[in-house]
Design a protein around this ligand. Structure first.
Ligand code: TYM
Length: 334
């Protein structure tokens, strides 16, 4: 608890262009939860280097992502928006937690298996221990709730296991975090292969809507979205393409899947796809406008970066010192 409020932590990688999946699965929920909780939103650049990055590009993307958090509606006066690499506690706690995590547990992580297959030439130890760093991110702030998309649930489970294991040895050191999964945006799929998740790293640009796509591009991508021959707008997982479009439309408009089925009863897929495209354009337009404005205001963004890193450091150090003491590291002499 901080000032009587429960604590929320979440983060995104500054790799590739953010997609509508990142927005509907995570960022949108962050904005709705931010008044209720004391929030930490990190640009997780330490995670990004598990895959080789161009340094200038990584720096640019990290700043762009931090700006986008604010553009999406997170007020940096109330929410701690910061770069993970500016708070050394993440790396320090991660090392400690490595010693309380089993190889067998990490071997089961499906994201590791997927990424190892994708980057067969660079299966580094960081890629393998990535979930431990993620556990450190979360546990460092005594987090109660972690809003994420469904693809991160396995990482949340291992975080809870590590925390419980640690607490069983040393007493109640860490809060045990709960995932928060939104109702309809939690698993947005590719527009071209709706059995796969919509991903920043998809090679086919038509598969993903990027948050900076202009309206014409958005409309064109939805027009080309893969559907089926049923010719019925039904919320049926077997109709994977349409099911995904209903989820997107629902997450953008707040309408339930049943209301959407009724709205498009007897109408063709062409009408439905155009409506989904328009709903997405109206969500993205204000975000893009705010983003462009914020990019002009360098001093403001710099002050956010500085002030919030200090705040995050303060809370991170509180937990880290407690952990160090519990495991028997010598006290600092002042
Ligand atoms: P990342 O950067 O891949 O994704 C950021 C967030 O977006 C969600 N997401 C999706 N949700 C719905 N549909 C999709 N197609 C989709 N694609 C991505 C993800 O679930 C995530 O919530 N390891 C994390 C970052 C991280 C983190 C953390 C998250 C590092 N430490 C601590 C929470 C807490 C990642 O790579 O997310």
């Amino acid at each position: 608890m901080i000032d009587g409020k429960k604590i929320l932590f979440s983060g995104m990688q500054a790799t590739g262009n953010l997609t509508l999946g990142n927005y509907l699965g995570a960022l949108k929920n962050w904005v709705t939860l931010c008044d209720e909780y004391e929030c930490f939103y990190s640009v997780v650049d330490l995670h990004s280097i598990t895959v080789r990055q161009d340094p200038a590009e990584l720096r640019k993307r990290a700043r762009s992502l931090l700006t986008l958090y604010i553009a999406a509606g997170l007020d940096p006066e109330k929410n701690c928006i910061y770069y993970q690499s500016h708070v050394s506690g993440h790396s320090e706690l991660s090392w400690i937690l490595n010693c309380y995590t089993y190889m067998g547990e990490l071997n089961r992580m499906t994201q590791f298996k997927d990424k190892a297959a994708k980057h067969a030439d660079n299966i580094n130890a960081g890629l393998f221990t990535y979930p431990v760093l993620m556990a450190a991110d979360i546990l460092l702030y005594q987090t109660d709730v972690v809003p994420v998309g469904k693809d991160q649930l396995q990482h949340l489970e291992i975080t809870r296991d590590i925390a419980q294991r640690f607490n069983a040895i040393y007493g109640d050191v860490f809060a045990i975090p709960e995932p928060y999964i939104g109702k309809t945006g939690a698993s947005i799929k590719s527009l071209q292969a709706p059995e796969k998740k919509m991903s920043k790293s998809d090679e086919n640009p038509n598969a993903s809507i990027y948050l900076m796509d202009d309206p014409d591009t958005v409309m064109r991508k939805f027009k080309r979205a893969v559907t089926d021959l049923e010719a019925q707008v039904r919320y049926n997982p077997e109709q994977a393409g349409i099911y995904n479009l209903i989820n997107i439309y629902s997450a953008c408009t707040g309408k339930t899947p049943e209301e959407i089925e009724r709205e498009f009863d007897g109408k063709g897929y062409g009408d439905f796809k155009a409506a989904v495209g328009e709903a997405v354009v109206s969500v993205l337009r204000p975000l893009q406008e705010r983003y462009t404005d914020l990019c002009q205001n360098k001093d403001y963004i710099n002050s956010v970066i500085k002030n919030n890193a200090e705040k995050a450091n303060y809370y991170a150090m509180k937990t880290l010192r407690k952990v160090q003491k519990k495991i028997g590291f010598p006290e600092r002499i002042r």
